[in-house]
Design a protein around this ligand. Structure first.
Ligand code: IMP
Ligand code: MG
Length: 177
């Protein structure tokens, strides 16, 4: 039988929870008295966003977007499409985009430009993880959980070929032939 991929824990669920609590504190400070629109980038955001919004103490509105995906590969094609955009009006809103991971930055750069054209009052980015070594376009991450090395990660919403999103820790995926 061919052995499957091996997942090695990199960031524990406890550390993730602490980072999410820190990000919530930063957002609660910056958005006091406001009513921002949080736009989660599916599917990877679903766990991070669910944990985060439950710690926010200002009124929030939630919507989602879906960008073209990697398929079964571990590299972006470099061509990004907004498959499904937020149905909520973005014009005149304080918008916070919630992403699981910023890798090359190409997807989020494309999506932030897409949103900027809709003329929000403000547009900020909140990401759980970034891989700085992999950036191919500059991306300003306003609220960031972790900086990680150039490894393919799964768990806590992150997938490989739609698998492992449910792992509670963030793990490195190592494939064995
Ligand atoms: P980027 O356009 O290269 O920044 O890719 C961003 C998207 O690719 C993320 O939102 C993830 O969905 C996916 N991605 C990038 N790196 C990883 C990873 O290490 N594990 C799982 N998904 C990843
Ligand atoms: Mg994603």
């Amino acid at each position: 039988m061919k052995p499957g991929p091996v997942c090695t824990p990199l960031i524990s669920r406890k550390e993730v929870n602490r980072a999410v609590a820190r990000l919530a504190t930063e957002l609660n400070r910056d958005y006091r008295g406001k009513h921002p629109l949080l736009i989660g980038v599916l599917k990877g955001c679903f766990i991070f966003m669910a944990d985060l919004v439950r710690l926010l103490d200002f009124p929030v509105e939630i919507d989602f977007a879906r960008l073209s995906s990697y398929g079964a590969g571990t590299e972006t094609s470099g061509r990004v499409k907004v498959l499904y955009g937020p149905r909520t009006e973005v014009k005149g809103r304080d918008v916070i985009v919630i992403e699981d991971i910023i890798d090359t930055g190409i997807s989020i750069d494309h999506f932030l430009r897409f949103l900027q054209r809709k003329r929000p009052i403000s547009l900020k980015l909140c990401a759980l993880v970034e891989k700085p070594a992999r950036h191919r376009v500059p991306v300003k991450i306003d609220y960031l959980g972790f900086t990680v090395p150039d490894k393919f990660l799964v768990g806590c919403g992150l997938d490989w070929d739609e698998k492992y999103r449910n792992l509670p820790d963030i793990c490195m995926l190592e494939r064995y032939e």
